[in-house]
Each structure stands twice: as structure tokens, then as C-alpha cells.
Design a protein around this ligand. Structure first.
Ligand code: MTE
Length: 334
């Protein structure tokens, strides 16, 4: 089942569809004084912030504080059901912790995420090493319910909590030479079993990149939370990118460095198999992966008797990004 979704950036808080999410009075916003946080929200938003199977977390102070004035359901995915928390946190790709889908939830708690610093460098007026707290201070958190489509053919619907990457970039003042943004994941072999493994194809650290205009697009998010709580480690704590119209591997986790650069960066998957994983990697049902079709996706949870296969949509349904690529041959620049 696929239901028509309004253009994501045109969604408003008063257009929310309560059926699209798991509403439960039993559930609470993990990691915050739930009652306090919920009572500070208007009726429907308070309901919306509660997801049925969320596991509690010990949220750091910087997160709890931010939650108080978060904008709930700033963007929704229409009537599409939010993926259960259990699936979103136990079916992961985070190769630093292993290649099996269950490895990140099993091993990522080894990653120490506090304190956390992000280095911002390259073609910017205000380079520096910013603590996560300082980085977040100017920004109000928004809940954005986005589709996530993995290049492997599965998809989820995830309520992220974050702020637009554009807001951060504007503050650090990119100069005229900045044409691309390069992102780097923390590299900590002692804490990352997948990095220590001799079998990995990846030349660590994990690197991703966007064109500057893609990075500045209002849909591009830096997330620090999901399902009303702080990000679990396996989902990329404490800071990850979310680019909803691109295949999931562009959404790099546990970011420690953001560089504004003049040249298109060499990214991890493109370096491994350039004929399979392009720099752009926009979700495109008409351009197949060399080894499988991209016309359909398996929306999780899915099983043998209910595979839940749905058609894949151009730009993952985020049509408003099409103008970024006008004149670009998307078969060549896949
Ligand atoms: N970021 C890092 N550092 N390492 C990874 O292995 N995997 C990517 C992306 N970000 C990955 C990463 C892939 S392939 C996908 S599909 C998404 O993370 C999965 O995000 P999720 O586990 O939160 O669903």
C-alpha cells in the first residue's frame, strides 16, 4: 500500500495524521521527564511524541533541554506508518560494528559518544572544533518523519529529531570556493569491531559527501534523536546526517568532521564500487543497481508471509528536490 504524500516541505503541524504513528499513552519519551515534557506540548503533538515500543535512554542534559521546545511533526510521511522502534534499531547498517544487520545493536554501545567534538574546516569563515553542545545551541529541534530507502532494497519510515544542516552551514560561513561538503565518521578501532576485522573492504574512516546546494536543501537534516529520544548508538549517535531522497548510505553516522571543499569528495561506497554506487545516489526506480532492480522496496517490518513490497518512488517521494538536478542526466550521474 502506498498512499499519496503531500510535498514534504509543505507539511504543517496541523496537517498531521495521527494514524500514521504509534500512539500510546503507555509509551513515554525516553530519556526525559516524560510527564514534564509531554505536558509542555499541545494535545496532539504530545500524543505524537509518544511511540509505542521505544526503549528508555539516559539522555544527556543537552538533549533533554533541547526537547522542551522541539517542533513535533514538522514534516510527516502522510499516512505511511512509522516503522516500529525495534526494527529501526535492530536492523541496521553500521559497518564499523560488523556487516550483519544485528551487529550494530549488539556492539555499538562500545562507542563512547560523550564528550563529542565536531571539526569544521576547509572553505569556511569560521572553522573550529565545536563541542556538540555548542553546535546545537543555536538550533531548535524538529521532528521530521522521513522515509529511509536503502540501496539494498528495504525501507523504513523514521521520526528523526534534528535541525537543518543549512542552518549550521550558514553559521560557519562557507566562502566562494566551497562547492561540496565532505563528512567523516569517528574512527575508533578499539571500540569498533568491524574496523579491526581484516575482512572489511572499507578504507576507514567512512566518508560521505554532498554538493553544496544539496547540503543546503531544507530537507537535509542533522539528527541527534529519533522516536522522541536521543539517537541510539547503532543509529549514528550522537550526530548523523539524514538525506531522505538519497539511498541510505549517504546518511553518514557518528560525524566528527564536516569539511567545505572545492572538489567532489571521494566517498566510501563510490571508492569501493563506482559502477554500483555513484556520488549522487538519488533514489531512482528507473536506474537499477547492476545486480538488482530498484523499482520496488521491502517496507519493514516484512516477512515471508507479508513481504510488504511497494513501488519505489523517484527521489523517494521527495519531488521538491527535482529542481536540484534539472539538466543533469540521472542515468549518468546515478
Ligand atoms: N554510516 C557509517 N559511518 N557507517 C555505515 O556503515 N551505513 C549506511 C548509513 N550510514 C553506514 C553509515 C547505510 S548503508 C545505511 S542504509 C544507513 O546508514 C542505515 O541507517 P540505520 O541503520 O539508522 O537505518
Amino acid at each position: 500500500m502506498l498512499i499519496r504524500t503531500p510535498a514534504a516541505s509543505s507539511s504543517r503541524e496541523d496537517e498531521v495524521t495521527p494514524e500514521s504513528i504509534y500512539l500510546s499513552r503507555r509509551a513515554f519519551m525516553a530519556g526525559v521527564g516524560a510527564a514534564a515534557a509531554l505536558s509542555s506540548l499541545p494535545g496532539q503533538a504530545a500524543e505524537a511524541a509518544a511511540y509505542a515500543d521505544v526503549e528508555p535512554a539516559n539522555a544527556p542534559a543537552w538533549f533533554s533541554g533541547k526537547l522542551q521546545d522541539a517542533r513535533w511533526q514538522a514534516i510527516t510521511a502522510g499516512n505511511e506508518a512509522v516503522t516500529p522502534f525495534k526494527d529501526a534499531t535492530h536492523y541496521n547498517n553500521f559497518y564499523e560494528f560488523g556487516t550483519n544487520k544485528g551487529d550494530p545493536s549488539r556492539y555499538a554501545d562500545k562507542l563512547s559518544v560523550e564528550p563529542w567534538q565536531v571539526k569544521i574546516d576547509g572553505e569556511v569563515g569560521k572553522p573550529g572544533a565545536y563541542s556538540l553542545e555548542d553546535l546545537l545551541k543555536p538550533h531548535r529541534l524538529e521532528e521530521r518523519i522521513y522515509r529511509l530507502r536503502c540501496v539494498e532494497g528495504w525501507s523504513m519510515v523514521i521520526p528523526w529529531l534534528g535541525f537543518p544542516l543549512a542552518d549550521l552551514l550558514q553559521l560557519v560561513e562557507p566562502n566562494g570556493n566551497a562547492k561540496f561538503v565532505r563528512f567523516e565518521t569517528r574512527l575508533a578501532p578499539d571500540e569498533m569491531a568491524g574496523v579491526r576485522s581484516g575482512f572489511s573492504l572499507i578504507d576507514w574512516p567512512y566518508i560521505e559527501g554532498l554538493r553544496l546546494d544539496e547540503a543546503m536543501h531544507p530537507l537535509t537534516l542533522l539528527a541527534v534523536g529519533m522516536y522522541g529520544r536521543v539517537l541510539p548508538n547503532q543509529n549514528g549517535a550522537p550526530l548523523r546526517l539524514v538525506v531522505p531522497w538519497k539511498y541510505g548510505f549517504k546518511s553518514i553516522k557518528s560525524i566528527v568532521r564536516i569539511s567545505l571543499v572545492a572538489e567532489q569528495p571521494k566517498t566510501t561506497w563510490e571508492a569501493i564500487a563506482p559502477n554500483e554506487y555513484g556520488f549522487y545516489s538519488n533514489v531512482n526506480p528507473e536506474v537499477d543497481h547492476p545486480r538488482w532492480s530498484q523499482a520496488h522496496e521491502r517496507r519493514l517490518p516484512s516477512g515471508l508471509f507479508s513481504p510488504n513490497v511497494i513501488p519505489t518512488r523517484m527521489f523517494n517521494g521527495y519531488d521538491e528536490v527535482a529542481t536540484l538536478y534539472s539538466g543533469l542526466d540521472l542515468r549518468k550521474y546515478y
